[in-house]
Write a protein that binds this ligand. Sequence first.
Ligand code: PRX
Length: 656
Amino acid sequence: MSDAGGAAIEDYYLEERLFPPPEGFVDQAVVADPAIAEHAQRDVEGFWADQARALDWFDEWHTVLEWDLPFAKWFVGGTLNVSYNCLDRHVAAGLGDRVAIHWEGEPGDTRTITYSELLADVERFSNVLKGLGVRRGDRVAIYMPMIPELPVAMLACTRVGAPHSVVFGGFSPDALRDRIDDAQAKVLVTADGGWRRGSVVALKENADSALADTASIEHVVVARRTGESGGVTPMTEGRDHWWDEVMAGAEASCPPEHMDAEDLLYLLYTSGTTAKPKGIMHSTGGYLTQVAYTHRAVFDLHADRDVYWCAADIGWVTGHSYIVYGPLANGATSVMYEGTPDFPDKDRWWDIIERYGVTILYCAPTAIRTFMKWGNEFPERHDMSSLRVLGSVGEPINPEAWVWYWTHIGGGHCPVVDTWWQTETGAIMISPLPGVTTCKPGSATFPLPGIGAEVVDDAGEKVERGGGYLTLTRPWPSMLRGLYGDPERYRQTYWSRFEGRYFAGDGAKVDDDGYFWLLGRVDDVMNVSGHRISTAEVESSLVNHPSVAEAAVVGAKDDTTGQAIIAFVTLKAGQDETTEHGEDLRGHVARHIGSIARPRTVIFTDELPKTRSGKIMRRLLRDVAEGRDLGDTTTLADPRVVEEIRRLSTTRPTED
Ligand code: PRX
């Protein structure tokens, strides 16, 4: 394996200390029993059936697993409802007054929502959806900021059996339109705007431009968030409805649909190796079983006393599984925060932890590295003794950041769980178990009970010790059920590279003690701040610009964001290689896809290195990008870069 996109293997051996569960971490009833792992070893289907029994089913399944590679069906014949499991059953058990969500807006406004209140809102909004013609099986698109109406809309969809497709609020109108079109969504739920570092993101305006050329949306529901601060919100008569007005007119009670375990729960679009995002399909019963189980096991959740905070955005899979479905299925109390860590100041996160008494914190290495850079004084002036377990997700965490997290945030008394998983896996797959696993900083340690993971070489042979490709060896309940509308691409992308195995797209290494070390993507997918972006998508956006002849995009190592997007651009004849032009191209990509896809650097070059078959040699470009000190926003028309590319292309054997 030669082309891991992330850090090199050597980088992971800076820290060789072992970190056993901290002394005093005795609160480990959830997973400490070795019989659980033994059961998963001996009888994996029986193990998953036990986990499924932690949910409430209307009808029990007759078959745990039907496996016709690559198509799996879990808990066949079982029926359940996700919103019922996340809300009704807790209220019925007398937990209606428990706080489900401590919500905090960016400007500092707060809301406390109990399980009873959340259920009441969800029932009403379910009736709103029905009133707008949404029926079981219809798709609903959701494009919202991090406000409580977002989980309400998602749960209402699950209540009426309408799969949702949440589109991250930072995406552009084009990205929203493509996702609405692909899913043929009937209703869009959005908001007037969202807050971001003190200014308003005009979501409704974006939605309107997306809807200008889509036909499937019949109704739009608009929650009020930014109000007059965002100017007048345009509303289209007959199509657009204010959230509060339709809610006020809706019936209070809505019985949950009995859904089949295999019914589509939601679509979530993610970047692959082509310019077209893939609609990942998640099911109802298997998905909820595994997110609920992992949320209990990996975070050692004690729902009666923990205050859990996953600082992701619900627009990504982390938020779906570990802000909405896992915690609510388990009856947990969560913090949900609308804003960014540095607004209005660098104390915001630690202040939230202190005020709510957060016990479990789950975030991305990019955030941890940023906090490290800001300095210890910010966390140090807050009382964070409530913290018990710390989690990391989204990208490889470097040992320095891991040790800093353990020491300066966890105070040395909190286990750190580095959780590997993907949009496709739906739930955590490789992770330490707090109170059980001895950690090595930077390693995600071992596959969880019930999960089969192995590293293989180019020929698909298992690598006992050493580097290779990460594969999954057997189906798991929350696995994707396919790509929406494209079963063949599903088979091709995940199940064709290595026979009988799921190919994750990640490089990995198994060390002498059997620990797994994730090394980053081995395909043309970049990982910027834990967000997946395809090189092809950014390239296709660049070549859409009238001045661009050709573009090649690579992810280069970045100390804070893991990877940064570097674009090599060849302009059409007569175009000027100026800084302004580079800025214009960066802005073009941000408008076209979303600001997360804005290249950090644009480098003009009069030719791109290619193989004889015309394939761009990205590895070489990455070497060029990583070997040089490229500025943050600088756009270079740098003859030395071109020279370097030329030199490397002639001294390297051609890759085909
Ligand atoms: O490369 C791996 C990286 O993130 C990819 C999945 O991205 P996405 O589907 O957006 O989901 C992110 C949140 C689950 C993986 O293929 N990744 C995720 N978690 C880790 C990781 N890499 C290393 N260590 C992790 N803990």
